[in-house]
Design a protein around this ligand. Sequence first.
Ligand code: ADP
Ligand code: MG
Length: 920
Amino acid sequence: QIQRALRILSIPLERLHVMKGHMIEDMCKGLSRQTHAQAKVRMLPTYICSTPNGTEKGNFLVVELCQTQVRTLLVTLYGDGNLSPQMMYKIYDLPEGITQGEGEALFDFIAQCVAQFLAETTSPDTDSEQCLPLGFVFPFTCRQTQLNKAELLSWSKGFNCSGVVGKDVVALLQAAIDKQARPDKEGEATGGGGWFKSKKSSQSAPGQSRHVEVVALMNDTVGTMMTCSMEGRACEVAMVADKGSNCCFMAEAYLVETAEETSGRMCVNTEWGCFGDDGPLNDLFTPYDQAVDEESSNPGEKRFEKMVGTLYLGEIVRHVLIALTAEKAMFTGTDAAILKEKGVFTMQHLLEIVNNEDSITEVKRILEALGLQPSERDCGRMQQICRAVLGRAATLHATGLAAILSYMCQTRDLESLMVNVGVEGELFAGYPRFEEILMSVSRLLAPECMATILASRDGSGRGAAMVTAVALRLAAQRRAVDEVLAPLRLSRDDLVKVQALMRSEMDRGLGKETNPSASVRMLPTYVTHTPDGTEKGDFLALDLGGTNFRVLVVRITEGGITMASEIYVIPVGITQGSGEELFDHIIDCIIDFQTKQNLVTQILPLGFTFSFPCQQVGLDKALLLTWTKGFSASGCVGQDVVQLLRDAAKRKRHLGMQVVALVNDTVGTMMACGYDDPKCEIGLIVGTGTNACYMEEMKNVGTVDGDQGRMCINMEWGAFGDNGCLDHLFTHFDHVVDETTINPGKQRFEKLISGMYLGEIVRQILVVMTQKDLLFQGKPCPKLQTKDIFKTKFLSTIELNGLALRQIRAILNELEIDASFEDCVLMREVCQTVSLRAAQLCAAGLAAVVEKMRENRGVDQLSVTVGVDGTLYKLHPCFSNNLQTTLKDLAPNCNVTFMLSEDGSGKGAALVAAVADRAA
Ligand code: ADP
Ligand code: MG
């Protein structure tokens, strides 16, 4: 019989695996908004989104409501890694009956304890004007909606004060504290000896009182996690193995659907004591557990807790003994009636028995003290039973822990997880094998995780102070971050204003007289038609002005378009050397390409995609106005680019081509998309630079003769704002970025939007945030001082949904930065702010364009397609979405479709040549 009893108390590994699976399922259920209400494992959000980092500093008050006492604590932190916090305690007994009385009386009493404690521990002269933050440890089930807002759901542990359930307990405590500070109706302070001052109070003399503010409410488990996070290491899981059992951990915030927070992490209080209440523990629940449950005050509830909580372990042992006695396997022939008495075996007894393994006499002494007459064999069996019950409790804790570790590892997208686990409680402290079992069993069940167990000392007190300190640190940091980022955050009004400014610059650019003073050049392109699908022929195309220089051959047939191309490098020395060198190099590349493609014997028409602002005077005649995007070859500005290319061909005696059109890349993009969608009458580029073109009515184009039909206008909107009209938008960061370019003061709109600059803007913000101690703990990062080291493609990676932490770390490693998780979250916010602003500004510009086209055509509703090219637009995870949403908002009467251009510069240049041919 004894063997059978011991066997059912030991759980085979496969069963533990199954239980771990159930625990993870229930955790997910608790986190999901849909299933949260029914979930037994409640997974309550705590609104604690950070662990201490050692910089916390100042005085923090803690008040903890315990079973029969109120504990107060004053902790002073020195910002020294929390190595030596100074602490003062005081304990006050709860008055008789207060736990059953009015809620107001309970909170008044707590406030009085705080007042008295302050009067005894602090001198009235020090820091008296400062607000003293208080953390409130309130170990009852609450629905928390903020760190300092929590509605009591139900009392437990014998408390039943009226008027509290459904109320915000933080507000109740704050009101009680403020009441202490106010003189009552008779004009006399109700208590606190003048130690309190409410925020608005002017009654108390200065230097005599201080304002106490409740900034955080928490549960004791969270406190445990926080105390273990001292001394420079982060602790992200905490377990309390005490009378009850509970666990909390730092979860990815977006998974905590019951809280609004979506970025970073949040501590979740699992409330795992109720695990099993809806069935999953049924096959592990023994007849002994059943008996304990039935005799408890809440049968059927907290079934996991009843198997592992120290309040119940003695009871389990008692029921094993009852069963064995009935089966005549123990205490045969003696009086064992005492076993019927609830609570005869305490946790203390169990610990004494297992911790004195060698001494049977100790067991005998304990049993005899209870009035039993054990034989030698009974004593041995008693030892075995106690060991089995305690061992099972440790094993079950380990299984729950394994579930949490695996869940963390999985949701953090890690192959393996290293984590510190803070543990506290009677079972952990009193049962030496607990830690060993916890480690070995959780390792078996979650082999991908490596947990380090840390013993917590006084989690609820010290930990609560830490929570309070962290909350204040985060609030201060938030204010500082918002201050840095505020100038980059644009309101709808800002965008409406940009749209209006763009519109007026467009009009000025189109007017013959006003054109010279407009920042948007509105250049005529001599492209008067979009494709109609009947174009055909073989063409050469050049694409210069982007990241790559390419030569292409494009075959347009009735069946569609086929292309072959080759990328050639233009060394920086040549882009910034002489114009002759540059165009000679281009011809060399064309010759090489034609040779490789077997095209030397033909004379092919060539479309030249040249993505720099040109004053076009014909389709094949275009004067370069200025270089952009890092080009500066000499002797080109003011010259006809087509002629420069023809001259180079002559120098190189190359006769295999005939330049028929010079095409801006925006136009090429529009034309390429127009081949597939006749509604495409706008071209947009968001790559290294940004620009747009669209089909304008000839009668509006004051700079070209003729009133019939339309002409594509190359806006050159990158220069929007160069006349100062956007100055109000430029931030400190934009100015710094602008100053380090080769064209300061120029292309101001582009420098807010395009790929060449976004990384730089982010870098400047990171530099400032580091200086302000908001990032990387203020440690300087020498590499971050290097221009262009922060690539715009990093924004794409960092902003990717679900926060691919590993990839962010990889980027940061490249920059030799040692970033914490919170640094990563903040970096993400910086990137999002910069890319959002870029997309919104781009949308404001586009809104001006589509609204103008709608007016031109005199329609209420315009349907139009935008052909888009550019790697930033194509690869950034949010840019296109942000652009489209903002555009919809700013131009609600335009139905705008976006079409990605595939190789617009090549295809488009050939189509311009072909359309010109067709029109002729
Ligand atoms: P171009 O505009 O020069 O013709 P692209 O359209 O390819 O060339 O744009 C290149 C620019 O796109 C680069 O300057 C870089 O800043 C940016 N970029 C490159 N990769 C990414 C990415 N993954 N996400 C966002 N931007 C990127
Ligand atoms: Mg391009």
